[in-house]
Design a protein around this ligand. Sequence first.
Ligand SMILES: *Cc1c(COP(=O)(O)O)cnc(C)c1O
Length: 368
Amino acid sequence: MSTIADKLARAELVDMVPYQSARRLYASGSDSSSATSNKIWLNANEASGPGIYTIESSCINRYPDFQPDNLINAYSEYAGLSPANILATRGADEGIELIIRTFCKAYQDSILICPPTYGMYAISAENHGADIMRVPLVDNQLDVESIRSQVGNVKVVFLCSPGNPTGNVLTTDSIRTVLDMFGDSAIVVVDEAYIEFSPETSTASWLKDYPQLVILRTLSKAFALAGLRCGFTLANADIITMLSKVIAPYPISAPVADIASKALAKLALEQVSIRVQETVILRRQLFDWLKDQDWCAKVFNSDANFILFRAVDTETKNFIFDCLRQQGILIRDQSAQQQLADCLRISIGSERELSLLKQTIINAVKET
Ligand SMILES: *Cc1c(COP(=O)(O)O)cnc(C)c1O
């Protein structure tokens, strides 16, 4: 029986054998220091160490495992999925790129995005030579009937929930409807980069029902590890296997795997949950404050760790942005995006950072 990955992937990938790295052929296991000590490794042109730079268990004179067990097992536990459903990547961004490279034939196939949305879908598509169909959000939700008219025209659909830069979750009903309408004609990606801020809306438990579903996750947001470059693609095993043919041979460095596994341990997860709770409180306060400001025309509902708002006009938008920048406070101008004229996005920083932001704006407005 042919899988959805076989059916939809670039034909040349189906029988392709991925690069057989030394570490793919002979995995050293999760504890590389003990597993390597009873073997003589002369098959990968490595220095025989011990390396000077060691981060706890990882000897970085050795190539890391293709998908380090300790990391995959930790995320498997966290996400409630089998290790076979998980691919660790260099951030969720690499997941986006892999999905497009795996399922879109360059200069032939197309992706579908729902702007305003995360910019990397279009950038990765363009880099690869995939065409981009755009079905704009309506009231920050999917325009399900307009999406339906693209069934058969696209290979990959990118949905973002909670959405960036809009901030709100998509209704689970609309995501389900999109999955149903595409059936086995397209991969449907749900980008859950901010899911820790709205965990009850995750689609991770739907993987057993939808072979076309792919979910993107990251440690860059709620886990506070953007500098680490670690993300996860969640999907059925046949899709993970296909993506594994396209990904680099050693995508996750040993120190990254070490730190990321620690970040997924029980005690560290409690820290994440505390961080999320604090963020939600600060977000509420910023939301209420923005609503009260004369220069603010609209505040978008947020289920994530940022708030999008619209200034009353372009001049005001620039004024707010510039007065903050002059004080060294950088927020994101989203006004170039479709539907987001005069909109700015503020990340929920610390209480101190946000009160400085408010005070800076108050002072600047007072002076005019
Ligand atoms: C930040 C972000 C990503 C990328 O995350 P990395 O893991 O840092 O690459 C992906 N999707 C969305 C919606 C994001 O906001």
